[in-house]
Design a protein around this ligand. Structure first.
Ligand code: HJL
Ligand code: ZN
Length: 154
């Protein structure tokens, strides 16, 4: 989670989103499969989405095919819980993750999403209903939120 926070700090501040850092890890070997931060990849990209895009590109497959190359014990670390809805109307990271079936087994989350943009994030429930574990990691909330909201007007 410390590393995810370091990644979040690389994201350019933008008043209408959160600056988030994320990584995909093979929990069996502790190998980092991909890292990402908000707006890292081209376009209006989220941190988790950037991980998915970068790893798919590495394997020369489409983002939708990613599950095929994920190890059996893949976990996702993200400073802010995966979005369930986006003001921009782009597909949410929860939808993307659900699209991979149970390829991602556990998601470690640094903070729940503040209710500023899209109200209560109901994504956790959807993920858990699909058999994906969502674990809140305590201890870095203050730093994560400071980084996430840098550049916000209020
Ligand atoms: C997560 C990110 C990111 C957010 N959440 N988990 N990772 N930026 O990289 C969630 C927030 C959306 C806004 C605006 N932020 O980003 O709800 O413009 O950023 O599609 O709803 O939507 P867009
Ligand atoms: Zn997202």
């Amino acid at each position: 989670m410390q590393y995810a926070l370091t990644l979040a700090r690389k994201s350019p501040p933008k008043p209408t989103n959160y600056r988030v850092g994320a990584l995909l890890v093979d929990a069996d070997t502790n190998v980092i499969l991909a890292t990402g931060y908000t707006l890292e990849c081209e376009g209006n990209t989220h941190a988790e989405q950037s991980c998915f895009i970068k790893l798919s590109n590495e394997h020369s497959i489409s983002e939708e095919e990613l599950a095929a190359v994920l190890p059996p014990n893949t976990v996702l670390y993200t400073t802010v819980e995966p979005c369930f809805k986006r003001l921009s109307g782009n597909s949410s990271c929860v939808q993307r993750i659900l699209g991979y079936g149970k390829a991602i087994k556990t998601i470690y989350v640094g903070v729940k999403e503040p209710e500023k943009f899209v109200g209560e994030n109901t994504g956790r429930r959807q993920l858990e209903d699909a058999g994906i574990k969502v674990m809140l990691v305590k201890g870095l909330e203050k730093e994560i939120l400071e980084v996430a909201t840098a550049g916000h007007v209020s």
